[in-house]
Design a protein. Structure first.
Length: 394
């Protein structure tokens, strides 16, 4: 796999990995945003104001009682303390049961005795009693955010169930402003006594990183094992022409082979191209075989010159080979030695016929393939193939 294949594979896999990581992180980001909004909302709630509004609304809905008997403050305090004492402490992480609280409040209110006739209510005594009872009850309950709607509904329901007072001595009912002046400071003080909630712990990138890594590892391990691809092939090389060429294109230019590393309109030789094969240096012309006749000591010869000497033929092995024969020459043909006498056979005497003299050699030539040709005076030729011998010399 070459550089271009690896780059293409990385470009193809990068979007899939990026999309998978983004999809895995999206639920975490949404959950973090929700937690931040819930924390901010909890910090911004004014619990004192909420309880104050609920109490004001409950008292505003109370019917003006007819003249009758006043309630006994000591008895009211006892009943409230008994009802609050029966409320179970809430468990960690478990909200209070509104129906259970509603039943306890109803039981406490229903147990109130009828008011004694003819005696006005002591507002200062009621205020002190309510303050002490609320303070003790709140101190024994673990703090949690009150549900304003549930409290408002329970108070309104139970107040509406109170029986009308029996006839008795006239008494002026307390006004809303009087009740607000008494209950407001008591409720606000009780709420302020509650311990403040601790800030939540922020989720950092280091906390999320292992989860993302685990999900990415699972996704990668689930990918099918890729099969071996087809053998890579070098693109067909073409001659370079002025214009736009694309990444991976292979072009020939000035005797060299180039490949584009990016889309480019530059000429090969620029950094946008990489050289695959450089042009070679100019070569030396090959020596040609040349027949130079009889060797002349005063003449300069070069490699592959052929001379005749003493019935033989010699070829120069190097330029300026020196005297012939010598180390700079290679014999290629020599006059043979006399053979053995043949068998003597006596024949009949013959008559001699004097013929014409044979033609002399007119010229000697040799071609590029080492073929030596002798041309006689009458036009006849004699050929001698010297190529096998010359091949050994070179």
């Amino acid at each position: 796999m070459n550089h271009s294949d690896i780059a293409a594979l990385m470009r193809g896999a990068a979007p899939a990995i990026r999309d998978y990581v983004a999809s895995a992180m999206r639920p975490l980001a949404l959950r973090i945003a929700d937690l931040e909004r819930e924390l901010e909302a909890a910090r911004s709630v004014d619990h004192g104001a909420t309880i104050k509004v609920a109490v004001d609304a409950a008292f505003a809905q109370m019917r003006v009682p007819a003249d009758g008997k006043d309630a006994d403050p000591a008895e009211i305090a006892r009943l409230i303390n008994d009802a609050v004492g029966r409320i179970p402490a809430p468990e960690n992480g478990k909200d209070a049961d509104p129906e259970q609280i509603r039943a306890m409040v109803a039981e406490a209110v229903g147990a109130l005795p009828p008011a004694s006739p003819g005696k006005d209510a002591d507002m200062d005594a009621i205020a002190r009693m309510v303050e002490e009872t609320v303070t003790r009850a709140v101190a024994d309950i673990e703090p949690r955010g009150p549900d304003a709607d549930v409290l408002r509904g329970m108070v309104a329901d139970e107040v509406s169930k109170l029986p009308p007072a029996e006839p008795g001595k006239d008494a002026l009912p307390p006004t809303v402003d009087e009740l607000r002046a008494i209950m407001g400071p008591l409720v606000a003080g009780a709420v302020q006594a509650l311990p403040k909630a601790l800030d939540g712990k922020s989720v950092t990138a280091e906390d999320v990183a292992p989860l993302v890594q685990e999900q990415v590892s699972k996704a990668v391990s689930a990918l099918p094992v890729p099969k071996d691809g087809a053998p890579g092939k070098l693109p067909v090389a073409k001659a370079w022409s002025d214009g736009v060429h694309y990444e991976g294109d292979v072009r020939t230019h000035k005797g060299a082979l180039w490949q584009a590393t990016k889309d480019t309109g530059r000429e090969p030789g620029h950094e946008d191209w990489i050289c695959l094969a450089a042009a070679g240096s100019p070569g030396v012309d090959a020596d040609q075989i040349e027949i130079c006749g009889t060797f002349d000591p005063g003449k300069t010869y070069r490699r592959l010159n052929i001379v005749a000497l003493n019935g033989g033929a010699f070829i120069a092995k190097v330029n300026d080979p020196g005297d012939c024969p010598g180390d700079g020459w290679q014999v290629i043909a020599m006059r043979g030695k006399p053979g053995q006498p043949g068998q003597s056979v006596k024949g009949d005497p013959g008559k001699s016929i004097k013929g014409e003299p044979g033609p002399a050699v007119a010229s000697i030539t040799a071609d590029d393939q080492g073929l030596l040709t002798l041309v006689n005076g009458d036009g006849s030729t004699v050929e001698c193939d010297l190529y096998p011998l010359l091949a050994k010399v070179t």
